[in-house]
Design a protein around this ligand. Structure first.
Ligand SMILES: NC(=O)c1ccc[n+]([C@@H]2O[C@H](COP(=O)([O-])OP(=O)(O)OC[C@H]3O[C@@H](n4cnc5c(N)ncnc54)[C@H](OP(=O)(O)O)[C@@H]3O)[C@@H](O)[C@H]2O)c1
Length: 329
């Protein structure tokens, strides 16, 4: 297992992060605990949850499972989604953050969160209020580092500028959707993160299971995550001609390397410039074992580039224009 600094920080995280969105529901608490134990046995140290996963149950399962090794864990959770019917029980106002952090700490059975992430941009609360509140939490010791998730590039840049100007703690990471079948962030976000040294920890690195190769072209899924009727995992977002072309290349490389399509897809992502640690999901222990086989080896540069090319965004403005005039000395 490799370890990498998370953005502009001294926090070392494993090159792969275990997502816990299914823990306590599709994945039983017993299997979730086994998965976490095995993850640590294999050198993983980075876990991602959120206050709203399974109505808080994911945090409870994670908290119970890591009690015995709290200091070895880099524990990430989130705030921002609705937590109740009240008008203030959503967003990242000072009031909601201060309430939610206490709830998360209680469910996680800990007195600090390593990485506290804003789940998605809040259009109502001024970012100045959110960042001041987060800085207070870092000063108090309840939170050690802060991050964001699902931001536009300008929202992240504005946040970083304000934190730097006020000498507040700044976001060290962003958690966006990014994978071989979702590369929209190549337009601006990835280069901003490289420029500003913000860690990128992508969610849905397997395209919600699409890149495991278990789905067939022309067959609308009736089970599994991609049978979802709405949301990012909706099959309509994944079942495109281009995505099946990418999958064909992934499967070809899987045969060539004696690996599985999931392993090829994760390995490509963990060696992409700017990416710190993909956050994968596994509903079952078998899926977990499969996905952990993505670590400990590397695609050749030639094969890595082939996947990069087949999955690249179309040639478009302004990238086309700006890159044409790229300077080097
Ligand atoms: N910040 C955000 O807004 C956000 C959003 C979503 C997720 N996340 C985080 O990112 C983590 C991962 O997200 P994700 O679950 O969407 O990612 P993913 O790794 O792309 O998809 C995981 C799902 O794909 C299927 N799968 C995984 N490995 C497989 C394998 N080897 N063979 C066959 N099927 C396999 C399973 O679903 P089925 O078997 O049920 O089909 C599994 O639950 C979450 O746990 C959470 O921590 C964050």
């Amino acid at each position: 297992m490799e370890y990498r600094s998370l953005g502009k920080s001294g926090l070392a995280v494993s090159q792969i992060c275990l997502g816990t969105m299914t823990f306590g529901k599709e994945t039983s608490p017993e299997d979730s605990t086994r998965m976490i134990d095995q993850f640590f046995d294999l050198g993983g140290n980075f876990l991602d949850t959120a206050n709203v996963y399974v109505g808080g149950r994911s945090e409870e399962v994670v908290g119970q499972a890591i009690k015995k090794r709290r200091q070895d864990v880099v524990l990430a959770t989130k705030v921002r989604m609705r937590t109740g019917p009240g008008v203030n029980q959503v967003g990242v106002s000072r009031k909601q953050i201060m309430d939610c952090v206490e709830d998360s700490l209680r469910r996680l059975q800990t007195d600090y969160i390593d990485l506290y992430q804003m789940h998605v941009w809040d259009q109502i609360t001024p970012i100045e209020e959110t960042l001041r509140t987060l800085d207070d939490l870092v000063t108090s010791g309840k939170v050690r580092y802060i991050g964001c998730s699902n931001y536009y590039t300008w929202q992240l840049m504005k946040s970083l500028c304000y934190s730097d100007f006020m000498r507040y703690a700044r976001f060290i990471s962003i958690q966006p959707q990014y994978s071989l079948v979702c590369r929209e962030l190549d337009r601006e976000m990835i280069s901003l993160c490289i420029e500003e040294n913000v860690g990128v920890i992508p969610w849905a690195p397997l395209g919600s299971g699409f890149l495991s190769g278990r789905y067939e072209q022309g067959v609308i899924p009736t089970e599994g995550r991609l049978s979802a009727k709405s949301g990012e995992a909706h099959w309509g977002h994944r079942y495109t001609e281009k995505n099946f072309r990418i999958l064909d290349e992934v499967k070809r490389l899987a045969r060539q390397y004696g690996k599985t399509p999931s392993q090829i897809s994760l390995n490509w992502l963990m060696y992409k410039q700017g990416i710190t640690s993909p956050i994968f999901g596994a509903r079952t222990l078998e899926q977990f074992e499969d996905n952990m086989g993505s670590v400990g080896w590397r695609l050749s540069d030639e094969d890595w580039n082939r996947l990069d090319q087949v999955s690249a965004l179309p040639d478009e403005y302004p990238t086309r224009f700006i890159e044409k005039f790229r300077r080097s000395l």
